[in-house]
Unconditional design. Structure first.
Length: 517
């Protein structure tokens, strides 16, 4: 066993050893009285770091500082209005806009600059100033007073949509009683026909790319909208131009037929609505080449428009960050709806008329209740811009196409995404469910040959048009033929044709190669 220092054996006199021990004890007491502090030994001033250690220490300090900056940034309330963001950047002595910088990027830059301000007190003052000037933006949900006309419109929509929803539910229950073998046979016949789709015809339509296309309700005509600002009506039977609609001065964003156009609507009344980058919505009949009315109010480019199923209202999505509801009889703006942090690009009304879905470049979609004005569901799941929306005729499923190359299927019954389709190799520019024949007033269609909602069509910037089953969302047919990006698609109500418009300035009809002319 080892002995301690005090137990060691020393050779010499006992007196000398005692004197040595006393001297050692006095030295220790003296050191304690002078105050040798261990904390002083840890002070950096008592030693110098090597070059590599100094670099590591600086990197650690930079990481800690970045974490603190991000924590401050999360606590800052930054304005969402682009005008106020620009004004705040001017106050900080920074450029209002950088090259290729959008409103969302500009807001992120302002947040970064504010979080870099030295001193916690200054950052806190900036935060309090932003909060005071934007108290209404701090709330997740807010309400604004509506006009009497909007109240009457909401009441009218409620009375209109409830009977339609009742009819749809009764029809859905009747279809559930159909024997499974009959269903399988019907679906197989449909898929076999869709697999035979090929390029039926192709037509050069304009000098600039075609942004959108849409079938008339009776499937006899197609309307195309081009970046030249021109809209053209084409005959489905021979792809001949019927009429050119002149009125827009910039790129066309949305084209849509009135729900009763070419069915019960006469040619002199409202038949078509179009929206463009000139921020105007034009209303057209089938007799004149000039608009019969114009609705203005948006502060940015109009991306998409859609008719309410009743045909009494038009909805428009715009780059000013809002979507709006218009009364086509009075050409009055009834509603300016906010709710997206960036540009609103897509808009689609549900078949009953009670709901409307909007999608934006913030990668967020929202479903709104037209009867109350509340947001019923938030579509969160896409990682890039939402560019297209389409409701299934069943009334509770919604398809969204995105710049993340996918299509998501959302279910309103459980408020979530139920399926994601890896649709294209590039962004999904448009998506459309097959709607089926327009319902006859007072009648209920239970014929399985209608196939409403049993498949959907997508178009992508990879140049292809694809047909998907709405049962298991598997690919039925991929249609190749465009020389560039496909920008718009639609399905005729009679189920015979698919139309697509492209960057190559053409529109193409796709149909069963065995179809009789």
């Amino acid at each position: 066993m080892e002995q301690s220092q005090t137990d060691r054996v020393h050779f010499g006199s006992i007196e000398a050893e005692e004197r040595r021990r006393n001297q050692t004890r006095m030295a220790v007491d003296q050191d304690d009285s002078t105050g040798i502090n261990l904390e002083d030994l840890s002070d950096e001033t008592h030693y110098e770091l090597s070059g590599s250690s100094q670099v590591v220490r600086e990197e650690q300090d930079a990481v800690v500082e970045e974490f603190e900056r991000r924590a401050r940034a999360r606590q800052l309330a930054v304005p969402t209005d682009d005008g106020r963001v620009r004004a705040r950047l001017r106050e900080l002595g920074e450029p209002q806009c950088l090259f290729a910088e959008g409103p969302g990027d500009r807001r992120d830059r302002l947040r970064y600059l504010l979080s870099q301000r030295e001193g916690a007190g200054e950052a806190e003052d900036e935060e309090m100033e932003s909060v005071k000037s934007n108290e209404e933006e701090a709330e997740e949900e807010f309400f604004t007073p509506g006009s009497q006309e909007l109240l009457e419109a909401r009441q009218w929509i409620a009375k209109y949509s409830i009977p339609r929803a009742k009819t749809r539910i009764i029809q859905h229950k009747a279809e559930q009683d159909t024997p499974i073998p009959s269903l399988r046979k019907s679906r197989k016949e449909l898929h076999d026909r869709l697999k035979n789709y090929t390029n039926w015809s192709s037509q050069l339509a304009d000098d600039r790319p075609l942004a959108q296309c849409a079938f008339s309700p009776d499937s006899s005509m197609v309307i195309t909208g081009a970046w030249s600002g021109l809209c053209k009506l084409w005959s489905v039977s021979n792809s001949e131009c019927i009429k050119t609609l002149r009125g827009h001065t910039d790129r066309i964003g949305g084209v849509v037929f009135h729900p009763q156009s070419t069915i019960s609507q006469d040619k002199a009344s409202l038949n078509i609505a179009t929206g463009g980058a000139d921020s105007n919505i034009h209303l057209w009949n089938l007799e004149s080449e000039t608009p019969m009315a114009t609705m203005s109010g948006h502060a940015g480019r109009i991306a998409r428009i859609d008719f309410h199923p009743s045909g009494r209202f038009v909805g428009s999505a715009s780059f000013d960050g809002t979507w709006r509801l218009w009364d086509v009889d009075t050409t009055q703006e009834l509603l300016m709806q906010e709710g997206h942090s960036r540009e609103v690009y897509a808009l689609s009304f549900q078949g009953d008329g009670s709901l409307v879905a909007s999608g934006g470049l913030d990668a967020i979609g929202r479903v709104w209740d037209m009867r109350t004005g509340r947001s019923s569901m938030t579509l969160q799941g896409h990682v890039k811009d939402i560019l297209a929306l389409s409701w299934s005729p069943n009334g509770y499923q919604l398809a969204s196409g995105s710049a993340d190359n996918t299509v998501r299927i959302w279910d309103m019954r459980n408020l979530r995404s139920i399926y994601t389709i890896a649709a294209h190799r590039s962004l999904v520019s448009d998506v459309k469910f097959y709607r089926g024949q327009p319902p006859v007033s007072g009648a209920m269609d239970t014929d399985l040959a209608n196939h409403a909602g049993q498949y959907l069509v997508t178009g992508g910037y990879d140049g292809s048009v694809k047909i998907w089953s709405a049962d298991d969302y598997k690919l039925i047919k991929s249609l190749e033929g465009h020389e560039g990006k496909v920008m718009g698609v639609d399905v005729s109500n009679d189920g015979k044709y698919v139309v697509s418009s492209g960057y190559d300035r053409t529109f193409k009809f796709w149909a069963d190669e065995n179809m009789a002319v």
